[in-house]
Design a protein around this ligand. Structure first.
Ligand SMILES: *[C@@H]1O[C@H](CO)[C@@H](O)[C@H](O)[C@H]1NC(C)=O
Ligand SMILES: *[C@@H]1O[C@H](CO)[C@@H](O)[C@H](O)[C@H]1NC(C)=O
Length: 366
């Protein structure tokens, strides 16, 4: 088997001062995996790999083989074009089974609106959690459920398209026989307030929400995971491309009351992202409704919030060259993507700290 996107790593690891892919110290099993799988000329870190659905598959297959105790991968669900929807669970069980039962869960989900950037970031988080020794506590205290690529058909379609508009393709690729066109916007296909926005009946629209809620395999997949773990999920983050912000519910309406827990935690996460990445562009926090400047219905974050998941967020990453944040004239510093990635990761670690320490904001308890 050839793991071709992996690793030119051998030179780096024996150079003791070098930090490896952002780790201070590499875990032995991970080191063994890299040693056995790397061929010369291959990239070492997932952040250097070119991201596609085969990268996801190969990366997870390699990990499954080498860190079986820390990770399970479930790939039972399929998209229209026959790609897998993966559920990755990272966990170091606690010694006492009764403590294990009540362990808090963080769910990270990436790529619902297509694009490679969120998927690359999700793989980077997996690499950091599994590969770095110093992150062991993060696996002992919390169980991580990561859905690294929840709309792979859109990602692949956009990846091979020349035209900007098609690179931004966000819907899945299901053939809608009755309409004679392709794709439903998964990010508007969840049940919560699905019908509350002005109706989009035109199935050629890039925001066509489907004939009914939960009509898509991708939607059903995310829902099943949230349902399965909901009793212990403390945080759900939907990582999406184009933008630079953490956004809290609601999407379908303006918030009438402040939720001290949601907003306080978002502000702390924002500060941590800006500590690292604020020089590139200021990361911000607000509600999804206010970010969009209009209602968005059938949103997965509103859905998660309605299940009682206290910290439910959308996180927009990597700016995006074609969106409203960056004007054509703004130039970015060299290596800015690495800076952003480190910033976002710092934010995820802050989320972990909030969950692990049961940090309280206002009167609410997590
Ligand atoms: C949905 O998933 C099922 C089972 O995984 C699969 O058989 C089917 O082809 C998928 N359908 C669509 C439209 O994606
Ligand atoms: C984050 O949100 C708080 C209010 O909850 C606000 O005061 C602060 O300015 C926001 N920060 C950024 C950078 O958006």
């Amino acid at each position: 088997m050839k793991f071709c996107f992996l690793f030119l790593f051998v030179n780096v690891i024996y150079n003791s001062d070098a930090t490896f892919c952002g780790c201070k110290a590499v875990r032995e099993t991970y080191e063994k995996m890299l040693k056995e799988l790397t061929e010369e000329g291959e990239v070492e870190c997932v952040s250097d790999a070119s991201i596609g659905s085969s990268t996801v598959w190969v990366f997870l297959a390699a990990l499954r083989q080498y860190s079986e105790l820390l990770l399970t991968v479930k790939s039972d669900d399929l998209t229209f074009e026959g790609r897998y929807l993966h559920e990755v669970v990272l966990n170091i069980p606690r010694d006492k089974p009764e403590e294990e039962d009540s362990k808090p869960i963080i769910v990270l989900e990436a790529g619902q609106e297509g694009g490679v950037e969120p998927v690359g970031f999700a793989l980077y988080i997996i690499e950091q959690l599994l590969g770095c020794k110093e992150n062991e506590d993060m696996l002992k205290t919390v169980k991580w459920v990561i859905l690294p690529c929840t709309n792979p058909d859109a990602m692949e379609y956009g990846r091979w398209s020349e035209a900007t508009q098609l690179r931004l393709w966000r819907k899945n690729r299901r053939k809608l026989e009755e309409k004679g066109c392709i794709g439903v916007d998964v990010s508007r296909n969840f049940d919560t307030n699905w019908g509350a926005c002005p109706k989009v009946e035109n199935a050629f629209s890039s925001v066509y929400p489907g004939k009914s809620p939960s009509s898509e395999n991708e939607t059903i997949f995310v829902k099943q995971v949230l349902e399965k773990y909901k009793r212990h999920i403390k945080a759900y983050v939907s990582i999406r491309r184009n933008g630079h912000a953490i956004l809290y519910p609601y999407a379908h309406a303006k918030n009438l009351h402040t939720d001290a827990q949601l907003e306080g935690a978002a502000a702390d996460i924002t500060a941590k992202v800006n500590q690292r990445a604020g020089t590139v562009h200021l990361f911000s926090n607000t509600s999804i409704f206010e970010f969009e400047d209009k209602a968005r219905c059938g949103h997965s974050v509103d859905y998660a919030h309605s299940l009682g998941i206290p910290l439910s967020y959308e996180m927009r990453v990597f700016l995006g060259s074609e969106n409203h944040i960056l004007s054509k004239f703004q130039t970015l510093p060299r290596g800015y993507e690495n800076t952003l990635r480190m910033g976002y990761y710092n934010g995820i670690r802050e989320l972990y700290n909030i969950v692990a320490k049961e940090r309280q904001y206002g009167k609410n308890k997590l």
